[in-house]
Design a protein around this ligand. Structure first.
Ligand SMILES: O=C(O)CCC(=O)C(=O)O
Length: 254
């Protein structure tokens, strides 16, 4: 059974609970979506041209630290429908963990099957520590490297056991039109698919974590002063510039 592409938040919550992922239909208005896509393509091309691109797995490219690379990316990070679902999975005062793009290029091979919270040693608690969102900037198809996953594996509460062959488990591609956003539980087994077409598949991964989990990106060190300067209080909270109960204090109880 698979998640339904939906604009209905209750359906999305139900799918997240049952399958470990859900699919939002066009959360951004078309013009804003085009700006987001255009900016990502521009930055990715620039990094390939100037030799700073992170290239891997045969034809794939990661574009890191998107918040420093265009205001367009900020809106996706704090989209209300996505944040509501993240709160459902991660609870009160969750954080942005990182934001980057994964481009599955022609000839790019499949990634290993994994769960995003593999950094946590077993046993895992009976809830997700992190959750991810994949902003599909192109139609995601089986042949162009759509993210593949094993529905329901979030409920196993453990990473795949490669020694028992679970790295070769059967995965299904999440195919959806450009503009869709997939949100998935950090315990769900998944992978990037292989891209056997002649066109790249662009996706942005905005990744979130519980308020007491270490973020993947250190925004205190890595975020440009300009981005910090224009961040609203809500954005600063999301970035981890506020305390979470007695964690993250700068001085005394502040
Ligand atoms: O690009 C994708 O489809 C998934 C990427 C992924 O699984 C990861 O970066 O951990």
């Amino acid at each position: 059974m698979n998640a339904t592409l939906t604009g209905n938040q209750s359906q999305a919550v139900q799918d997240l609970r049952e399958f470990g992922y859900c699919l939002l239909e066009n959360p951004l208005p078309p013009a804003e979506f085009e700006r987001l896509r255009d900016r990502l393509l521009e930055v990715a091309e620039q990094e390939r041209k100037d030799g700073t691109a992170f290239l891997y797995d045969g034809g794939n490219q990661r574009v890191f630290s998107l918040l420093n690379k265009g205001e367009e990316f900020e809106r996706s990070v704090r989209h209300p429908a996505v944040l509501e679902l993240m709160e459902e999975v991660l609870g009160f005062n969750f954080l942005l963990s990182s934001t980057h793009a994964n481009i599955a290029g022609p000839g790019g091979t499949a990634m290993n099957v994994h769960a995003d919270q593999t950094f946590a040693r077993p046993p895992w608690p009976p809830y997700a520590l992190v959750a991810n969102s994949m902003w599909m900037l192109d139609d995601f198809t089986e042949s162009n490297g759509a993210t593949r996953l094993v529905p329901g594996t979030h409920l196993l509460g453990r990473q795949p056991d490669y020694a028992r062959g679970e790295g070769d488990v059967e995965t299904v591609p999440v195919c959806a039109p450009a503009g869709s956003v997939m949100i998935f539980d950090g315990r769900l087994w998944h992978q990037t698919g292989a891209n056997t077409t002649d066109r790249p598949r662009h996706g942005i991964l905005n990744y979130y974590c519980r308020g007491y989990v270490r973020q993947q990106q250190n925004f205190h060190l890595g975020l440009s002063p300009e981005v910090v300067g224009r961040s609203t209080p809500a954005m600063k909270r999301l970035l981890g510039f506020e305390n979470y109960f007695s964690l993250g204090l700068a001085d005394g109880l502040e």
